[in-house]
Design a protein around this ligand. Structure first.
Ligand code: ARG
Length: 590
C-alpha cells in the first residue's frame, strides 16, 4: 500500500512554497488550486492575499511564478487576469503519477491521517411492517457511507435500529396467545421473506379487527403491553417470534438489494431497554430534564409549537412509559460509552429532523456528546412518484419496496436482452444475472446520484436508460473497457511516460488522478452523490477518449496503443472501485 500524492496536491505545494518566499507573511496560506478549463489548474488565492498585504496582485503573482521550477511536474505557468495563475502539467508527470496509482491496490488513495470510530445508524425497518422506499433510501445511502468511510481507514460500526418495541405489540402478542398456531412453520420447510411478511400482515389485520370491535380483547391487549414492559417471559417469547418472523422478511429484502446485513449489527429499539431508567435518572439528576405534568421533559428556547408554547422532548411519559427519544438517548450513551464512537451518523428521513436536533442537543447538555464526539443526521428527502407527489400506489397505499425492486429487475433484464439481441454476446443465464445487477444498480444509483437531502422522482424508465446519468451507462462503460482489455490479451498494460498525450488522454488522466481527493471529500461531507458524479464524469471522459484516441494501432505506433490500454485499465479499476463503494456491481460482460 503506497499512497500516491495527487498532481493537484504536488502543484499546490509548489505554489504554496513559492508564495511563502514571495510574501513571507502569507506563509502557509492556501493558493486555492482548482481544476480549470483554460489550463489544467488555476490558483485563485493570490488575489486576496495581495490585497491583505497591500501588494499589487499581478506583481505578486509574477514573483510567485518566478519562484516555481518548471519542466518535471509543471509544463507551463502564467499569470492571467487580475492575478490568477494558470498551470499546465507535463504529460510525463501525468502518466508517471497514474502508473504509481496503477501499482497500488488502493489506486494510491491515501488513508485518513486521524481515523476515528464512526457508528452509522441505517437500514432500520420496523417489525411486523412492510418495508417502503424510505427504508430503501436509508439502506442504500447508509451502506455507501459505510464503504466510503471504511475505504479511508475509518473504523465503522453498523447499527440497524429496527423498530421492535412499543405499545402496538400488546395487540399482536395477545392475538397470537389466543391463536397459538398462527405463526407456526412446518419444520421441513423454509419460509420465504414474502411468506413471512404475509403471515405478519394477516396477523396484524386480524388482531387490529379484534382490537377495534371487541372491548374485552382491547383490555387484554393493553394489559399485555404492561406484561411486555415488565419483562414477563411468556410475553417476551411471543414478542421474539414477531421479531424473528420480521427478520426473515428484512433479510430477504436486503438480499434482493444485494446488501450484506449482519445479525449482530441489528440492535433495535428494544436493545436499549436496560438503559432507559438510568438514562432518565441521569437527565433528571443533572437538571437537563424536568418533570412537567408528570412527564420527564427537556425544553428548548428555539422549538415552539403553533400556540407559541415550547415543544419539549418527552423522555418519559406521565404513565411511566418510555418512547423513541429515551431509546435514542440511551443508544447515544451506548455508542459513545461502550462502542467508543468519535462520530455518530444517522441516515434517517428528513421528516425526523426535529427529533434528532432535540435528541442531539439533549445529549450535549448531558455531556454525552461534545466537541470530540459529534452526531449528525444524514437526512434524506422524500421519494416522489412521477406526478411529483409522495410515492403511493393508485389506491393511495404505500408502495411495497419488494414490488419496486422486482419491477426494476424485470425492466433491466428487458434492456439487457434487447441490447444483446444483435450481438449475441450473452448466454441466457448471463442475461438474467446482468438483469439483476443492472436493475438493483439502477435503483441504488438513482438514489445516490442526487444529494441525499433532495427529494427525487422514482422513474424506472429513466433509471434503466442507457444514456444519461444512470448506473447502466456506467456499467456499459466498464464492460466495454473489460472487453477491450480481454481482446488485448488480458495482461497489465505498460505505461509510457515518454509519450506526448492527446487532449482527451490528458483530460481522462487528470480526472483519474483526482480519485483520492474525491474520496476524502465524499467521506468528510457524507456525500456519496459526489462519488456518483465523479464516476459519471469519468465514464463521459472515457467515451470521448475512446472516440478520439484509437486504442489499438498498428506498428509503428504500438506504444501509443499500449499507453492507451494502460489508461483503459486504470479507468476500469477506478470505475469498479467507485461503483463498489456505492454498492453497485459491474458485470464483466454486458
Ligand atoms: N425505524 C425508524 C423508521 O422506520 C427509523 C429509525 C431511525 N433511527 C433511530 N436511531 N431513530 O422511521
Amino acid at each position: 500500500m503506497a499512497s500516491v500524492p495527487s498532481l493537484a496536491s504536488s502543484v499546490n505545494q509548489r505554489v504554496a512554497d513559492a508564495l511563502a518566499s514571495a510574501l513571507p507573511e502569507a506563509g502557509g496560506a492556501d493558493p486555492l488550486l482548482r481544476r480549470s478549463d483554460r489550463a489544467d489548474f488555476q490558483a485563485n488565492g493570490i488575489l486576496a492575499l495581495a490585497k491583505k498585504a497591500k501588494a499589487n496582485p499581478r506583481e505578486l503573482a509574477a514573483t510567485v511564478v518566478e519562484g516555481i521550477p518548471t519542466g518535471d511536474l509543471i509544463q507551463e505557468i502564467e499569470v492571467s487576469g487580475p492575478g490568477f495563475l494558470n498551470i499546465t502539467i507535463t504529460d510525463r508527470a501525468i502518466i508517471e503519477t497514474l502508473a504509481a496509482r496503477a501499482g497500488d491496490d488502493r489506486l494510491g488513495v491515501p488513508l485518513a491521517a486521524n481515523p476515528g470510530t464512526t457508528v452509522i445508524d441505517y437500514a432500520q425497518p420496523n417489525v411486523a411492517k412492510e418495508m417502503h422506499v424510505g427504508h430503501l433510501r436509508s439502506a442504500v445511502i447508509g451502506a455507501a457511507m459505510v464503504e466510503i468511510l471504511e475505504f479511508t481507514g475509518e473504523k465503522v460500526v453498523r447499527r440497524h435500529h429496527i423498530g421492535d418495541w412499543g405499545t402496538q405489540f400488546g395487540m399482536l402478542i395477545q392475538y397470537l396467545l389466543e391463536h397459538p398456531h398462527e405463526l407456526d412453520h412446518k419444520s421441513d420447510e423454509e419460509v420465504s421473506g414474502e411468506e413471512a411478511m404475509s403471515n405478519l400482515n394477516r396477523l396484524y389485520k386480524a388482531s387490529r379487527a379484534l382490537f377495534d370491535s371487541d372491548e374485552e380483547f382491547k383490555t387484554r391487549a393493553r394489559a399485555r403491553v404492561v406484561d411486555l414492559q415488565a419483562g414477563d417471559s411468556e410475553t417476551l417469547s411471543l414478542w421474539q417470534r414477531f421479531v424473528d418472523e420480521s427478520k426473515i422478511y428484512f433479510y430477504s429484502v436486503f438480499d434482493k438489494l444485494d446488501m450484506d446485513i449482519q445479525d449482530p449489527d441489528v440492535v433495535g429499539e428494544s436493545g436499549y431497554n436496560d438503559m432507559l431508567v438510568e438514562t432518565c435518572k441521569l437527565l433528571e439528576d443533572s437538571g437537563v430534564a424536568v418533570r412537567s405534568n408528570g412527564a420527564l421533559c427537556v425544553f428548548f428556547d428555539e422549538y415552539k409549537g403553533q400556540d407559541g408554547n415550547p415543544t419539549p422532548l418527552i423522555v418519559q411519559k406521565s404513565d411511566g412509559g418510555f418512547g423513541y427519544a429515551a431509546t435514542d438517548l440511551s443508544a447515544i450513551r451506548d455508542r459513545v460509552g461502550n462502542l467508543g464512537a468519535t462520530e455518530l451518523i444517522y441516515v434517517v428521513d428528513a421528516r425526523q429532523s426535529l427529533h434528532f436536533k432535540m435528541v442531539f442537543e439533549t445529549a450535549r447538555r448531558a455531556g454525552w456528546l461534545n466537541d470530540e464526539v459529534k452526531a449528525v443526521q444524514l437526512a434524506f428527502g422524500t421519494v416522489l412518484g412521477k406526478d411529483g407527489k409522495p410515492f403511493k400506489t393508485r389506491e393511495g397505499e404505500t408502495v411495497r419496496l419488494v414490488d419496486l425492486l422486482d419491477e426494476a429487475v424485470e425492466r433491466a433484464t428487458a434492456v439487457v436482452r434487447e441490447k444483446d439481441k444483435d450481438r449475441g454476446l450473452l448466454t441466457e443465464q448471463e442475461i438474467v444475472e446482468n438483469g439483476l445487477q443492472v436493475g438493483i444498480g439502477a435503483v441504488k444509483y438513482a438514489d445516490l446520484s442526487t444529494s441525499a437531502a433532495r427529494d427525487y422522482k422514482f422513474d424506472l424508465d429513466q433509471m434503466v436508460s442507457l444514456t444519461g446519468d444512470t448506473s447502466v451507462y456506467l456499467q456499459y462503460a466498464y464492460a466495454r473497457i473489460r472487453s477491450i482489455l480481454r481482446n488485448a490479451g488480458d495482461r497489465s498494460p505498460v505505461a509510457h511516460p515518454e509519450l506526448e498525450l492527446a487532449s482527451a488522454e490528458r483530460a481522462l488522466g487528470l480526472h483519474l488522478d483526482g480519485f483520492g481527493a474525491l474520496i476524502e471529500e465524499a467521506a468528510a461531507e457524507h456525500a456519496p452523490h459526489k462519488v456518483a458524479a465523479y464516476l459519471y464524469q469519468l465514464a463521459s471522459l472515457f467515451t470521448t477518449f475512446y472516440t478520439e484516441c484509437p486504442v489499438v494501432k498498428p506498428e509503428p505506433e504500438l506504444v501509443v496503443g499500449e499507453n492507451r490500454l494502460f489508461l483503459c485499465e486504470l479507468t476500469a479499476r477506478t470505475l469498479n472501485k467507485g461503483m463498489a463503494l456505492l454498492g453497485i456491481r459491474t458485470p464483466e460482460k454486458l
